[in-house]
Design a protein around this ligand. Structure first.
Ligand SMILES: [Zn+2]
Length: 429
């Protein structure tokens, strides 16, 4: 089989380089798409499908796991005990709440550690995506815990103060609070949060930088800084992103993208990121996610008090404004967010598809775009069914992206010819 693949590779490689041989009189979008999809070998496709489909199930098991933790904390009345201990010491209510929030975040993180270790480390390693040692991974988790404890407890202090003051309409004001918190986090991410985990440097001068700068200038996007992030510190995934809001907004690419893709592919990906920037997707995402959070908080404001009425006595939880109710609120919100996943995915996927279309116009590299979309098979299923793509995909699938690129090629490249791409390398054993 290996020999057959090598021969196929040699023949396809020759075809790709021999001018005219792969020429098609009229460009056939379907056929060109199939040629790209065929670059993924059967074993590589099986592995890519297994990784992605496994991830779909992990989302469900992960929610059940956090529900189990919340239920356990309620059964042992941990936060009720913290609340009472703080009360006996005569601490102010807000300090008692802070203590409850910190204990909850710390215990929840520790109890989830085996699960996070399997999903975030072992499984990633198994699929050849993990580049970190266990110690380095644990170090990142510890930074994440501190970060989560600071931001989470501040947010909870405000939310519980709002619940106390407006027991009926707290969810509405809470939505505003969450919106401000999301915007603030997005604002500080590139400047204060990314540097805690990675080093950002200027993308070195060269053809890739010149290409990105030229594209940015064409759309009046500031291009003095193009950031390169050493994502290979953690993983093998290729990606790029737009982060920040207002004064901190920036386009970055990760070093895996630079290492593993050609100039045409990098340009295609950066055209997509430029699309997010120019089309104002960061703001749109913040607003959309805040509205979605409003819906979840409204539902939680109905469900959580009902649960407390039913079992509050057994858990020693006296109402939603009691800080001991935290696991109830967290459990309800984790189930609601799981149920909202298809909606969240679709809202994000619409932006992603818009950025794809923009990127094709900006970079004019349909084959580079198709090729980079195929390389994402390392972590995203390439040919899902339509329903699966709608429910589980927060980006268009490889298949959808390749077809869009080939359609663009037909519509925009006069005398477009088919490229016969070389097969993608098989996954590491
Ligand atoms: Zn994107």
């Amino acid at each position: 089989m290996l020999l057959a693949r090598l021969i196929a590779f040699a023949v396809l490689g020759l075809l790709a380089t021999a001018p005219g041989l792969a020429h098609a009189a009229t460009f056939d979008v379907d056929h060109a798409t199939q040629l790209w999809l065929a670059t993924l070998s059967a074993p590589a496709k099986a592995r890519s499908d297994a990784y992605f489909e496994g991830g779909e199930w992990l989302a469900l098991w992960g929610t059940l796991f956090s529900l189990a933790i919340c239920w356990f904390l309620l059964r042992v009345r941990l936060l009720a005990k913290v609340r009472d201990a703080m009360h006996r010491r005569g601490w102010r209510p807000w300090l008692g709440l802070l203590a409850c929030a910190l204990v909850f975040i710390a215990v929840d993180t520790l109890l989830s550690l085996p699960w996070s270790f399997y999903t975030g480390y072992l499984r990633e390693r198994q699929y050849g995506l993990m580049n970190q040692s266990v110690a380095a991974w644990l170090g990142d988790q510890a930074i994440g815990l501190v970060l989560g404890a600071v931001t989470g407890s501040l947010l909870l202090l405000v939310i519980y103060a709002v619940i106390r003051k407006y027991p009926k309409h707290w969810w509405l004001i809470g939505t505003g609070v969450v919106g401000i918190a999301i915007s603030f986090l997005v604002l500080i991410t590139p400047v204060f949060i990314v540097p805690l985990f990675n080093t950002q440097s200027e993308l070195p001068d060269g053809p890739v930088r010149a290409r990105v700068v030229a594209m940015a200038k064409a759309y009046n996007v500031p291009s003095e800084h193009i950031y390169l992030v050493d994502a290979s510190r953690q993983s093998d995934r290729i990606s790029a992103n737009v982060s920040g809001i207002g004064p901190t907004i920036r386009i970055s690419l990760n070093d895996n993208l630079l290492k593993k893709t050609s100039e045409a592919e990098t340009a295609a990906v950066m055209g997509h990121e430029l699309g997010h920037y120019v089309l104002g997707h960061v703001w749109r995402t913040v607003i959309v996610l805040t509205l979605l959070m409003g819906l979840l908080l409204w539902l939680a404001s109905r469900i959580a008090p009902a649960l407390i009425r039913h079992s509050g006595q057994r858990w020693d939880v006296r109402g939603l404004s009691d800080p001991a109710s935290l696991p109830v609120l967290a459990g309800v919100l984790s189930v609601l967010s799981l149920l909202a996943t298809p909606l969240t995915n679709t809202l994000i996927r619409v932006d992603e598809s818009e950025a794809d279309a923009f990127g094709l116009d900006a970079a004019r590299e349909p084959d580079g775009f198709a090729s980079s979309a195929m390389k994402l098979s390392a972590y995203r299923k390439i040919t899902p069914g339509p329903l699966e793509e709608m429910l589980f995909f927060d980006h268009p699938s490889g298949q959808t992206r390749v077809r869009m690129a080939m359609q663009w090629k037909k519509d925009h490249v006069p005398g477009a010819t088919e490229v016969v791409p070389p097969p993608l390398p098989d996954p590491k054993p």
